[in-house]
Design a protein around this ligand. Structure first.
Ligand code: BG6
Ligand code: MG
Length: 218
């Protein structure tokens, strides 16, 4: 039986994926690299430094910066991102998520957060959801980012559950791969193309219904 739900944050619980995109797009533009939404799909779920490395490779600038300069670029992106998320309020919880959380609570199913973002706890606080989440995986403690399953395996461990007792919810291609490799039932939010490896996918969060997910996961 399913006893835990492991949620990604950016793009699933709130639309902060859009703020990551804006901040990266602006940073890249300053380097003469133009990002579009198709390329951005490859950045979703990916850590800050891995994202920068992918952007530099995309712009054929991989060899142009040393480690210290890359740190400074990643910091600059984060400074803009942190400014953007100051405005987040509970009104920014994506449609259907509050209902899903309430249904999970009522069903006695525990909730974990598995976000690659070091800003995750801040956003959860701004959304007023901190008390509803049973455990948060600290991305700073991970050896490998998504698509490695480590963050989802850690979430199951922190919930004291086997991965097979958990459902993972993601909007990133790398995230769906991580859930699948962890041995959890994967639920994707996004386009059919981006979510092609998900066990079950919906195109928007308001379609996430606990009864339907449990029916499909069992
Ligand atoms: C993930 C986002 O949740 O967190 C990525 O999908 C982001 O876009 C990553 O790069 C790391 O976030 P942060 O806030 O630590 O830079
Ligand atoms: Mg995401």
């Amino acid at each position: 039986a399913i006893k835990g739900f492991v949620f990604d944050l950016d793009g699933v619980i709130t639309d902060s994926a859009e703020y990551h995109y804006i901040a990266w797009k602006n940073l890249a533009a300053g380097l003469g690299i133009e990002l579009d939404r198709a390329f951005n799909e490859q950045l979703k779920g990916i850590s800050r430094m891995d994202s920068l490395n992918r952007i530099l490779a995309y712009g054929n600038q991989s060899d142009m910066y040393d480690a210290a300069q890359k740190e400074a670029l990643a910091q600059k992106k984060n400074d803009e991102y942190v400014k953007l998320i100051q405005q987040v309020t509970p009104a920014d919880i994506l449609p259907g998520i509050s209902e899903l959380f309430a249904d999970l609570k009522a069903a006695g199913i525990r909730i974990a957060l598995a976000s690659a973002s070091k800003n995750g706890p801040f956003i959860l606080e701004r959304l007023g959801l901190m008390a509803q989440v049973d455990t948060i995986v600290d991305p700073a403690e991970l050896a490998n980012g998504k698509p490695d399953p480590e963050i989802f395996l850690k979430a199951a461990e922190q919930l004291n559950l086997a991965p097979a007792e958990c459902v993972g919810v993601e909007d990133a291609e790398a995230g769906i791969e991580a859930i699948n490799r962890a041995g959890m039932f994967s639920v994707g939010v996004g386009t059919k193309e981006a979510m092609k490896d998900a066990d079950y996918y919906v195109t928007s969060t308001q379609e996430l219904k606990l009864s339907e997910i449990l029916r499909r996961a069992s």
